[in-house]
Design a protein around this ligand. Structure first.
Ligand SMILES: [Fe+2]
Length: 283
């Protein structure tokens, strides 16, 4: 019997970057050093036009993954069927290795907060999210990945830790996890939990991708701005994650102050260098 795309194990892609307009030309001129690209799905939802024409050129040269910000999987408004149809049609067109979004909510009663808000980690929220993930996966005909967001607030009625909640969503909805190592570091600092406890609580078999990014120091809080290089403690946490989960497709995520490609490649090379000894140990 053929395994449906939904249950097929997803491949290991190596070391990639988030695709940004600033790097279009440089990447197409010399695709060699980046093994895969993550696109922001929302940038390519309109059929036809220039963005999709660019994307098709990348599609010919790189494995692509789709990363969205608008699913609002934890929201209480109904899932946006128009958006899901657009995602599904982009996925049919470019056949990404996988599709991801965030474990968050982004608005209520049609008002978009333009932010990725954390959920209360309750049994009720868990059941709500699991049911929505299942519906999205049925619609897309594939498992999705959900990413942990960084947060500055928490809810007094949370019954579970963030990592217990994320693990339970993945197990109960049969979805996968995109772990943002920087977001774990930021949230651990802001909420005073142990980042290592977080890593220990996530089932290795569910972890399909890592994000590495930089962040900003506020007066008391760390703010996940994705606008600066990865800092040393986050590299250390990355090594801890590799020890626990083995080889996981890794990418550098930079949303603002996008530097020249060479700078991001240097960070990618650092990730490779850190992962290499652990892979040799495992071999
Ligand atoms: Fe991220």
């Amino acid at each position: 019997m053929m395994t449906s795309i939904r249950h097929r194990p997803l491949p290991y892609l190596g070391f990639g970057l988030g695709l940004r307009v600033d790097h279009y030309e440089a990447l197409l001129d010399d695709p060699g050093q980046v093994e895969w690209l993550e696109i922001v799905s929302e940038n390519y939802l309109v059929p036809g036009g220039r963005p999709l024409r660019w994307l098709e050129r990348f599609r010919e040269r790189f494995p692509l993954v789709m990363h969205g910000v608008s699913m609002s999987i934890g929201g209480t408004d109904p899932l946006d069927e128009t958006y899901l149809n657009q995602l599904a049609s982009l996925a049919r067109r470019i056949e990404p290795m996988w599709v991801s979004d965030h474990l968050c909510w982004t608005g209520v009663q049609g008002i978009n907060l333009h932010d990725l808000m954390p959920l209360p980690y309750t049994e009720e929220a868990l059941a709500h999210v699991v049911e929505r993930v299942r519906r999205v996966q049925d619609k897309l005909g594939r498992r999705i990945l959900l990413e942990n967001v960084s947060s500055y607030i928490s809810f007094a009625d949370s019954q579970l830790t963030e990592w217990e909640f994320l693990a339970a969503v993945a197990e109960n909805a049969d979805c996968l996890i995109l772990l943002d190592i920087n977001n774990i570091y930021v949230s651990a600092h802001n909420h005073r939990f142990s980042a290592l406890d977080y890593l220990d609580g996530i089932p290795a078999a569910r972890v399909q991708q890592f994000h590495l990014a930089g962040h900003e120091h506020g007066d008391h809080l760390l703010i996940d701005t994705h606008d600066s290089p990865v800092i040393e403690p986050v590299w250390n946490l990355y090594v801890e994650a590799l020890r626990r989960y083995g080889a996981v497709s890794t990418m550098i995520e930079r949303d603002d102050h996008v530097p020249p490609l060479a700078e991001l490649r240097a960070e990618l090379n650092k990730a490779r260098a850190l992962a290499m000894p652990l892979r040799q140990e495992a071999a």
